[in-house]
Design a protein around this ligand. Structure first.
Ligand code: URA
Length: 434
């Protein structure tokens, strides 16, 4: 079938066949289908959507466009965790060592941050020497030896997604559920684990701004995962304000280390426990989700989670002395206070603005090859629901440039909204799609 006819068919809202989807993805990845025709098809999908069967076929065609990791030589049920992204999201740094210490093998591929959201791989580079790209054999051996390995994404994992995502970004077709589902799930399925736990963030700081859309995405990804015979669940988590108190690479790593030592902020730990209990359930170690949470808490209080974290950093050549002595992490030269101008209760903090403030300080990337300043960022002092008096400190800006610090202070001031009475906060865990 000609590409013209495939576009015409989708434009009319008809279902594309498995072969049509496969040929389109293959042809586009090989450069045989031009961007202008693929753009037209993306826009037709944007308006007409796709059935579950089409989404599954699209996901599999994208998965098959590159390498598929074979993790069969790792013992036990391999489980991946993926977040749709957030501000102050250091969940993987805390969660992965906890569940690895419990005996769940963690074989994780992580990404770098872009825009207002950070990436786990960037944060791990806070440890001097940490090796973020390890060979497939080291990855597998390390998981078998110590139960945990995290690596940056291989260049050849779902290359169709890389090409398609860049085109979606330029053609205003990113925010469509079928396309997001196939983009995320093709990479997750190529990563070769037996089970997948998804953290679908919801709110200002997230990709999905409201619960309805997040639920549609979660249901779609869980459906496709099950069609691919994976154990899968999705946890909808609140990203209406930054997670925890720290935003920015070194600052977040320090918060994660404190969390592994039992001093984690409540909102962060709620997300860690919700995702972790799903992972532990899939592993078969503990079916009861409440008991799985207890197991995680014991692993932290016994020191085993922090020990596993240090073992993991050391195995990938990171300077583990930083974990034991957090004063070694570089600190910004300027710390500016963001001061409340009115009395009231914090009603809302636009997490995206806080993420952008951290980015303009140098803590994030506008372009993929921007270099990150690990020391800068924001420490929140007042979170949603807290009472504030004029003159109180809302947040601290950590900067290395006075002009950028002033800009960040203004952005953070504008990110806060106040009310005269205490507002009802969203719960941290909005729903679990199983
Ligand atoms: N994250 C992805 O990897 N793909 C999307 O399409 C959206 C978010």
């Amino acid at each position: 079938m000609r590409m013209y006819d495939i576009i015409e068919k989708k434009k009319k809202g008809l279902e594309l066949s498995t072969e049509e989807i496969k040929d389109t993805i293959l042809g586009y990845t090989r450069g045989e289908i031009p961007d202008y025709q693929m753009s037209a098809l993306l826009m037709a999908i944007y308006f007409k959507g796709m059935s579950d069967r089409e989404r599954y076929d699209l996901t599999m065609a994208m998965r098959d466009s590159g390498d598929i990791l074979d993790l069969s030589s790792i013992n036990g049920v391999k489980i991946d965790k993926h977040s749709t992204g957030g501000v102050g999201d250091k969940v993987t740094l805390v969660l992965a060592p906890i569940i690895a210490a419990i005996g769940v093998p963690v074989a994780k591929m992580s990404g770098r941050g872009l825009g207002h959201t950070g990436g786990t791989i960037d944060k791990l580079e806070a440890f001097p020497g940490f090796n973020v790209v390890i060979s497939e054999s080291q990855f597998i051996n390390q998981v078998n030896d110590i139960g945990i390995a995290v690596t940056g994404q291989s260049a050849n994992l779902a290359p169709a997604d890389k090409k398609l995502y860049a085109l979606r970004d330029l053609t205003a077709t990113v925010d469509e559920i079928s396309l997001i589902t196939s983009s995320i799930m093709s990479k997750k399925l190529a990563a070769g684990t037996d089970a997948i736990v998804l953290d679908v963030t919801v709110g200002h700081g997230a990709f999905m701004k409201n619960k309805e859309d997040a639920l549609r995405l979660a249901n779609s990804m869980v459906t496709i995962g099950k069609m691919a015979n994976k154990k899968i669940s999705a946890v909808l988590t609140n990203m209406n304000e930054p997670l925890g108190y720290a935003v920015g690479n070194n600052l977040e790593v320090i918060e994660a280390i404190n969390a592994l030592k039992g001093k984690g902020p409540d909102d962060l730990m709620q997300v860690v426990y919700a995702l972790g209990s799903q992972m532990i359930k899939f592993s078969g170690i503990e079916e009861d989700e409440d008991k799985a949470v207890e197991l995680m808490k014991e692993t932290i209080s016994s020191g085993k989670a922090f020990d596993k974290f240090k073992e993991f950093i050391k195995a990938q050549n990171g300077d583990v002395s930083y974990a034991s002595d957090i004063s070694k992490f570089s600190r910004a030269s300027i710390i500016k206070e963001v001061v409340a101008k009115t009395d009231g209760y914090v009603a809302d903090i636009n997490a995206q603005s806080i993420g952008l403030a951290s980015m303009i300080l140098g803590g994030g990337r506008e372009e993929l090859d921007d270099i990150i300043d690990m020391s800068v960022g924001v420490i929140m002092n007042k979170k949603v629901g807290m009472k504030v008096s004029a003159g109180d400190i809302l947040a601290y800006v950590h900067a290395n440039d006075m002009k950028k610090a002033d800009n960040a202070v203004e952005m953070i001031e504008n990110a806060y909204q106040f009310s005269s009475s205490c507002i009802e906060e969203w719960p941290m865990i909005l729903e679990i799609v199983r």
